[in-house]
Write a protein that binds this ligand. Structure first.
Ligand SMILES: Nc1ncnc2c1ncn2[C@@H]1O[C@H](COP(=O)(O)OP(=O)(O)OP(=O)(O)O)[C@@H](O)[C@H]1O
Ligand SMILES: [Mg+2]
Length: 360
């Protein structure tokens, strides 16, 4: 029992489970954050995953105070009046609105961890896209420091994802991971504890949603917003060439011909055809990474195949689609939306140092 719990017990009060202070002044709490374009996931040592919600924050426009974060703020997108400012603070994995990002981070961390403990008792690891520039990485670090944490590390999300999927990327060999997120698809090859080559493309979740919106607009004369497009994708997305019975979903939007609100029926085969085009780009990007891979590593990948992580890996038929086109075995992440945050637990053990294998 820690000191604060003991005091609480002596006073006959029930200790607060949510906001326990660390055991001693010297105990360091590890916080790992997957600050994604669409979703943010937070891990805190001793508590596990404490937050997994959209990277969206809503402010009162006049006072600047937060009125909602995560799901509640996301539900306000496209519906708020001018007294509410709704912000998605990242674009393609880079912070685009640092004021909003700072407020969001502080809000979600201090909801689960005492603000007074941040400065001396915390190590924070933020995951970022592999292609983020030095300036963008420094901006992420400064952002975390601005909320009061002094010890901040920035690490590649591909490494964290590998650790979260229990892949020992410290072995001399090669592990290829494609992370199909919301803002970008990041592809990287890991060996001996770090990235050997990587590429990134904006063909990812948000782009798939835009392609669905464009298809409906230009082929069906029907306008929908990004939230409806994402809903359609999650309900109907498949990459299978054979679909036994064509499902459909009714959606609401605006009929472009008469400008009036209306509903239409969208078939699964329509969504499939839109997505197959985008996924051809993902395949090309994986090929480009394989082309620049050192030959010794390529031969390992040939045996081991590739791993796919991120929300996009939940699309039905992806494994078969990639295996057929790449002629390689494909392993899908078991927990694609959480594995990066879970992997921070491992990276925080060795502070991302490629010379210290945290799996030993
Ligand atoms: N079942 C599903 N089918 C299809 N797409 C899905 C499904 N579940 C989630 N997604 C998509 O996954 C994306 C979010 O994935 P993820 O949380 O890995 O991205 P992110 O980490 O926020 O983005 P990034 O890594 O690019 O910054 C969204 O575009 C979402 O629509
Ligand atoms: Mg991500």
């Amino acid at each position: 029992m820690n000191f604060f719990a003991w005091i609480a017990k002596m006073r006959g009060k029930k200790p607060q489970p949510e906001m326990q202070e660390p055991d001693t002044d010297n105990e360091i709490t590890h916080i790992g954050i997957d600050l994604g374009t669409v979703n943010t996931v937070v891990y805190i040592s001793g508590k596990g995953l404490v937050f997994n919600e959209p990277s969206t924050v809503a402010f009162d426009a006049e006072s600047g105070s937060i009125i909602a974060a995560g799901y509640r703020a996301n539900a306000m997108i496209g519906k708020a009046h001018d007294k509410i400012r709704v912000v998605r603070q990242l674009v393609h994995g880079a912070v685009s609105d640092s004021t909003a990002a700072k407020a969001f981070l502080k809000h979600i961390i201090t909801t689960h961890y005492p603000e007074t403990a941040l400065k001396h008792r915390t190590t924070l690891l933020v995951c970022c896209h592999a292609n983020l520039s030095k300036v963008e990485r420094k901006a992420l670090k400064d952002l975390a420091k601005s909320i009061g944490i002094e010890d901040v590390l920035v690490e590649n999300e591909i490494k964290a994802g590998a650790a979260g999927m229990d892949i020992d990327y410290y072995k001399p060999g090669g592990t290829l991971i494609a992370d199909i997120g919301g803002g970008s698809t990041d592809i990287g090859v890991l060996s001996l504890g770090d990235l050997v080559v990587n590429r990134s493309t904006k063909t990812a979740g948000n782009c798939f949603d835009r392609e669905i919106m464009n298809y409906l607009k230009f082929k069906r004369n029907f306008e929908i917003g990004p939230a409806t497009a994402e809903k359609l994708k999650i309900e109907l997305a498949t990459l299978r060439s054979e679909i036994s019975s064509d499902k459909f979903t009714m959606i609401a939007g605006r009929n472009i011909k008469n400008g009036l609100p209306g509903t239409i029926k969208v078939k699964q085969t329509e969504i499939r055809d839109v997505l197959v085009k985008s996924f051809r780009t993902v395949v090309e990007e994986i090929y480009k990474v394989l082309e620049v891979c050192p030959p010794e590593i390529s031969s390992e990948i040939l045996d081991e195949g590739i791993y796919v992580n991120g929300g996009g890996s939940k699309i039905d038929g992806l494994k078969e689609f990639l295996e057929e086109r790449l002629q390689l075995p494909v392993t899908l992440s078991k927990d694609p939306l959480n594995s990066i945050a879970l992997g921070t637990k491992v990276l925080l053990k060795n502070r991302g140092n490629y010379r210290v294998n945290p799996f030993n």
